[in-house]
Design a protein around this ligand. Structure first.
Ligand code: NDP
Length: 239
C-alpha cells in the first residue's frame, strides 16, 4: 500500500466520507472512524473503518492503535466529526451546551493530541479541523455549536504556534451550508432562508469541502498554517 496514513473522524457519511474518498482516490491509506452501522460498504471502497466515539478517550486510543497496526502512524488527521443540538440560548440546557462542546471541541482535542505523538516522532504532520462559517458569524439558535466551532480556530492557531517549529501544520476549513444529513434535518423555510444569504445561491457538495482538506494536506500547502479557509459560497466574506 502506498501513500500516506490518513485518519478522518466521522468518515462514514457526509463531508467526512467525501474527504476520505478523495484521499483514498489519490492513493493514500485512509482510515475513518464510525460509531454505528455496518462498515462493510466502507471496507469495500478500500477504506479502513475503525469504531470510535470521540467523546470516549479509551475508544480514541483503541482506534489509533488499530490504525497504526494497519496503516502506520497517522500522518494526516482530518478532525471532522461533529454534531448540532440547536436551541435558543434561553431554552438551552447545560447538557445541550456541554455535549456539543464535548464532541466538537474536546473531541477534536482528544484526536489531535493523540495524532501529534506520532507526528512529532516523524518530524512532520498535517492536521485539518472542520469548523463552520457559523463559528465566525454566529447563528441564532446555535450558541453551543458556534462556540465549539469558534473554539477550533483558537485551538488550531495555538497549536500552529506551539508545534510549527516541529514541521506540523494546523489549519481550519470553515464550510458554509453543505448538502448532508446535518442540513437535511432543517425544514424548508430554514433551507430557503439560508439560500438567500449565500452569494453562490446553492448548498455546497461535500466534495467541495473535501478538495480544501486535500489541498491543506498536500505538499503545495506546506507553508500554510493557522489559516482558516472558507468554503462557503461567499456567505462569510470578510471573516
Ligand atoms: P453529518 O451529520 O452528516 O455527519 C456527522 C459525522 O460526525 C458522522 O460521521 C457522525 O458519526 C460523526 N460523529 C458525530 N458525533 C460523533 C462522536 N461523538 N464520535 C465520533 N463520530 C461522531 O454531518 P456533516 O457531514 O454535515 O458534517 C461534518 C462536519 O462538518 C461536522 O463537524 C459539521 O459540524 C461540519 N460542518 C457541516 C456543515 C453542513 O452544512 N453540513 C457546515 C459547516 C460545518 P455517526 O454516523 O456515527 O453519527
Amino acid at each position: 500500500m502506498g501513500g500516506r496514513s490518513i485518519l478522518v473522524t466521522g468518515g462514514n457519511r457526509g463531508i467526512g466520507l467525501a474527504v476520505a474518498r478523495a484521499f483514498a482516490a489519490a492513493g493514500d491509506r485512509t482510515a475513518i472512524t464510525y460509531r454505528t452501522g455496518d462498515p462493510a460498504d466502507l471496507r469495500a471502497e478500500g477504506l479502513l473503518p475503525v469504531q470510535c466515539d470521540i467523546t470516549d478517550p479509551e475508544q480514541v486510543e483503541r482506534a489509533y492503535k488499530e490504525v497504526e497496526e494497519n496503516h502506520g502512524p497517522v500522518e494526516v488527521l482530518i478532525a471532522n466529526a461533529g454534531v448540532t443540538r440547536d436551541q435558543l440560548m434561553l431554552r438551552m440546557s447545560e447538557e445541550d451546551f456541554t455535549s456539543v462542546i464535548d464532541t466538537n471541541l474536546t473531541g477534536a482535542f482528544r484526536v489531535v493530541k493523540r495524532a501529534t505523538f506520532g507526528m512529532l516522532r516523524a518530524k512532520k504532520g498535517r492536521v485539518v479541523l472542520i469548523s463552520s462559517v457559523v463559528g465566525l458569524l454566529g447563528s441564532a439558535g446555535q450558541a453551543n455549536y458556534a462556540a465549539s466551532k469558534a473554539g477550533l480556530v483558537g485551538f488550531a492557531r495555538s497549536l500552529a504556534r506551539e508545534l510549527g517549529s516541529r514541521n506540523l501544520t494546523f489549519n481550519v476549513v470553515a464550510p458554509g451550508y453543505v448538502d448532508t444529513d446535518m442540513t437535511r434535518a432543517l425544514n424548508e423555510e430554514q433551507r430557503s432562508r439560508i439560500l438567500e444569504q449565500v452569494p453562490l445561491g446553492r448548498y455546497a457538495h461535500p466534495e467541495e469541502i473535501a478538495a480544501a482538506a486535500v489541498f491543506l494536506a498536500s505538499e503545495e500547502a506546506s507553508y500554510i498554517t493557522g489559516a482558516v479557509i472558507p468554503v462557503d459560497g461567499g456567505i462569510g466574506m470578510g471573516h
